[in-house]
Design a protein around this ligand. Sequence first.
Ligand code: SME
Length: 161
Amino acid sequence: MAEDLKLSRGISREETYKEIIPQINALVVGETDLIANLANITAVLKEAFGFLWIGFYFVKGKELVLGPFQGSVACTRIQKGRGVCGLAWLEKKAIVVADVEQFPGHIACSSQSKSEIVVPVLKNDEVHLILDIDSDQLDDFSEIDDKYLKEIIRIVEQVIA
Ligand code: SME
């Protein structure tokens, strides 16, 4: 497919998710390289929503290690159970943080980050990757993001071996 993303202006966040998900699917389906696919997914989310930071962390042994991302430099390693990402890994579930300053143990990679959503990628009931998105707006993530990011994660789950 053409690499240009088709994005309508002036539509809701939910409508934008509905517009980008088939495009993410088309991008990922013909490519077997996981890093390439994750890199493109972060680019699509950045272009569609302009979030402050979007990235993946890989589970490597007892740590999460930084993978493809869009945004400014971030911490490279996170221990299991630490921060929002480490907790999502430990609990194998998505976490929405409306105000990062109220989250005990939040790891601040940027002082501009105000709210955050983290969604784990599972294969055979084990977490392989973590998707982390930071916003510079308080309370920027809702059940809409949770629902559609999980759809995007399902696409990733199908391409990890
Ligand atoms: N805030 C995350 C750390 C990763 S950065 O936001 C990119 C956390 O608390 O796990």
